[in-house]
Design a protein around this ligand. Structure first.
Ligand code: NAP
Length: 508
C-alpha cells in the first residue's frame, strides 16, 4: 500500500521549496487540513524573474527536448497516481473515479502536446521568395514562424484540480510552446497542486531543464494573483474561473503599461434547443439525459447545460414531468468548496425570486452540499430578465417554454456568448434547425447535435471558448492542440541570413 501524501506546505520557486511569514489552512471535504504558505507579490516576483531567466534556454530549446520534458512530467504524475487521487479527492470532494479519469486526461494532454510539437505544423511556417527583378522595387525574401511569447502566468481552476490546474492544459500548452510557467495555485486544492509540482520538479531534474521553467505559488488571497497578472516579465495569462474574478484580472492585464493577452475561460449556461420532432419521438430519453448531465460532478462544469429551450405544449409538459421526476430522485452532492456552495445558493435564490419563475424541483441541502433545482419560465419572462441567462455554477436547470418557433429564435438571438450550444433534433426539425444555426454559430465556440456538452474531447479540432463572457478572447481555445496558439506570436524574418534564422525556419 502507498503512504498518504503529506504536503510540505511550501511554494516551489525555481527548483526550491520556499516558505513564508503567512500561512493558510486547506479546507478539505474530508480528512485533515494542512498548513500552506500564502504567496505574496515578492514570491511572484522571484518566480517571474526565474521564468525570464529560464526563457533564454527553454525558449530556444528544440521541439524534441520539450516533447521529452512533457512526457517526463506525464510519467512522474503517473508514478504518483494513487497519492494524487487520494489527496485530490480529500481536498475537492470529487469521487475517486473522477480524479482517476482526470489524471488520465492530464497526462494524455501532456503527451498529446508532445506529439503535436514534434509534428511541427503548429509553427505555421511561411516563406515568400525574393523577387529581385520586381518593378518598381525588388521584393525581399520573407519567412515567418511562431515563436514562444515569453513567461506565462496560469491560474489553477477550482473545478479541475488536475486537468486545468498545475500541470493542466494551460501549463502543458505553454510549456509545449517554449514558455516557462508560473502557476498561482487554487486554494481549494493546494496539496494536489504541490504533489503535481513535485512531479514537474522531478521531470526538470531528469531532463536537465532550467528550474525557473516552472514555479508554483500557493495563495488564498488576491495579492499573488494580481501581482502575477501585473508582473512586467509575464507576457500572457491562462485562467479558468468566474466571470467576476476573470473580468477583474482581465482588466488588470489591459491596464498594465504593457497590456498582455489574458485568456480567461469564464461563464456559460450552454443552452440546449429542444426541437419539436425530437421531443415527440424521444423527449423522455432526452429529459433523463439532461438530468444526468446537469448533475454530473454536482453541476460544476463550465459546459453544464443549465438552460433548455422548448416550444410550449404537450411535449413540453411531458419533458418537464420526466426531467422533474429524474432530478427529484437525485441526492445532494458535496461541492468543491464552501464558497462555491454559498455562491450556488445565492444564484439559486436569484432565479427562484424572479417574477414568473415556477419551481419544479427543490432538493434542499446544507453546508458544502448541493441538490438539484429545476425551474420553468415562459420565453417572454426569460427574455425580459437577462439575469436568468447568467451562469449558476452547480446542479440548477431552467426550462424556457417558448410560445413558438419565432420566440425560440428570439431567445437564441438574445443570448450572450457561450462555450456551447446544443440542438436536439430529428430529420423533421431540419427547417427550424437551419434557421437557428446561423444565430448559434455567432453565439458559441462549439455547436453540437443530439448530445450533451459536458464531455470536452482533447483533440485537434476542439474549440473550448467562445464570445464574451464565455471567454475573454474569441480566437482561441483552452482545450485541444489549438490551445498552443495562445502562447505563440508570429515573427517575420526579412532577408535574414540562413545561419541567423531559428533552426525550425532554415531550409530543410
Ligand atoms: P474564482 O473566484 O474566479 O477564482 C479563480 C482564481 O482567481 C482563484 O485563484 C482566485 O484567487 C483568483 N481571483 C479571483 N478573483 C480575483 C481578483 N479579483 N484578483 C486576483 N485574483 C482573483 O473562481 P473559483 O474560486 O474557482 O469559484 C468561484 C466561482 O467561479 C464559482 O462559484 C463559479 O461561479 C465560478 N467558476 C466557473 C467556472 C467555469 O468554468 N465557468 C469554473 C470554476 C468556477 P483567490 O481564491 O486566492 O482569491
Amino acid at each position: 500500500m502507498t503512504d498518504s501524501y503529506k504536503p510540505g506546505g511550501k511554494h516551489l520557486i525555481a527548483g526550491e521549496w520556499v516558505g513564508g511569514d503567512t500561512t493558510f489552512q486547506s479546507q478539505p471535504a474530508s480528512g485533515a487540513p494542512h498548513e500552506f504558505a500564502a504567496g505574496t507579490a515578492a514570491h511572484v516576483d522571484r518566480a517571474a524573474k526565474a521564468a525570464e531567466e529560464a526563457f533564454w534556454s527553454y525558449g530556444y530549446s528544440s521541439r524534441a527536448e520539450r516533447a521529452a520534458f512533457l512526457n517526463a512530467i506525464a510519467d512522474a504524475i503517473e508514478a504518483r497516481g494513487t497519492q494524487i487521487t487520494e489527496i485530490g479527492s480529500s481536498e475537492t470532494g470529487l469521487p475517486t473515479a473522477r480524479l482517476e479519469g482526470e489524471r488520465g486526461r492530464t497526462t494524455g494532454q501532456l503527451r498529446l502536446f508532445a506529439s503535436h510539437i514534434e509534428k511541427g505544423e503548429y509553427l505555421d511556417r511561411r516563406t515568400d521568395a525574393a523577387v529581385p527583378d520586381r518593378k518598381p522595387a525588388p521584393r525581399p525574401e520573407i519567412r515567418m514562424l511562431q515563436r514562444p511569447i515569453g513567461p506565462v502566468g496560469v491560474f489553477g481552476a477550482s473545478n479541475f484540480p488536475l486537468a486545468f490546474s498545475t500541470a493542466g492544459g494551460d501549463t502543458a500548452s505553454a510549456l509545449a510552446a517554449g514558455c516557462p510557467v508560473v502557476v498561482k495555485g487554487h486554494p481549494g486544492h493546494p496539496g494536489t497542486a504541490e504533489i503535481v509540482a513535485e512531479a514537474i520538479l522531478e521531470a526538470i531534474g531528469k531532463c536537465g531543464v532550467h528550474p525557473g521553467v516552472f514555479s508554483l505559488v500557493q495563495s488564498n488571497t488576491r495579492e499573488a494573483g494580481e501581482a502575477l497578472v501585473q508582473h512586467p516579465l509575464i507576457k500572457a495569462v491562462g485562467f479558468t474561473g468566474s466571470l467576476k474574478g476573470g473580468r477583474a484580472l482581465y482588466d488588470l492585464a489591459c491596464a498594465r503599461p504593457e497590456p498582455i493577452p489574458f485568456f480567461g475561460e469564464l461563464g456559460s449556461v450552454n443552452p440546449m434547443f429542444l426541437l419539436p420532432e425530437a421531443m415527440k419521438a424521444r423527449g423522455a430519453d432526452i429529459a433523463s439525459g439532461w438530468a444526468g448531465s446537469l448533475t454530473m460532478g454536482a453541476g460544476q462544469f463550465c459546459t453544464n447545460p443549465g438552460v433548455g429551450i422548448i416550444i410550449d405544449g404537450a411535449e413540453a409538459d411531458a419533458f418537464e414531468a420526466t426531467a422533474s421526476d429524474a432530478l427529484g430522485k437525485m441526492a445532494a452532492q458535496v461541492m468543491l468548496s464552501d464558497g462555491i456552495a454559498g455562491a450556488f445558493r445565492t444564484g439559486q435564490c436569484r432565479v427562484r425570486d424572479t417574477d414568473g419563475v415556477r419551481e419544479l424541483v427543490a432538493v434542499e441541502a446544507e453546508g458544502r452540499n448541493a441538490g438539484p433545482w429545476l425551474y420553468a419560465v415562459s420565453g417572454e419572462t426569460f427574455l425580459a430578465n437577462p439575469s436568468l441567462a447568467e451562469e449558476v455554477f452547480g446542479p440548477l436547470g431552467i426550462l424556457v417554454r417558448a410560445s413558438d418557433e419565432d420566440e425560440m429564435i428570439e431567445v437564441a438571438r438574445g443570448l450572450e456568448g457561450q462555450l456551447t450550444c446544443s440542438l436536439h433534433l430529428d430529420d423533421g426539425d431540419l427547417p427550424l434547425a437551419s434557421r437557428l444555426m446561423p444565430v448559434l454559430e455567432r453565439k458559441a465556440g462549439r455547436l453540437l447535435a443530439n448530445g450533451f456538452p459536458t464531455g470536452v474531447e482533447v483533440v485537434d479540432s476542439m474549440m473550448h471558448g467562445g464570445p464574451y463572457p464565455a471567454s475573454t478572447n474569441v480566437s482561441t481555445t483552452s482545450v485541444g492542440t489549438l490551445a498552443i496558439r495562445r502562447f505563440l506570436r508570429p515573427v517575420a524574418y526579412q532577408n535574414i541570413p540562413e545561419a541567423l534564422l531559428p533552426p525550425d525556419l532554415r531550409d530543410r
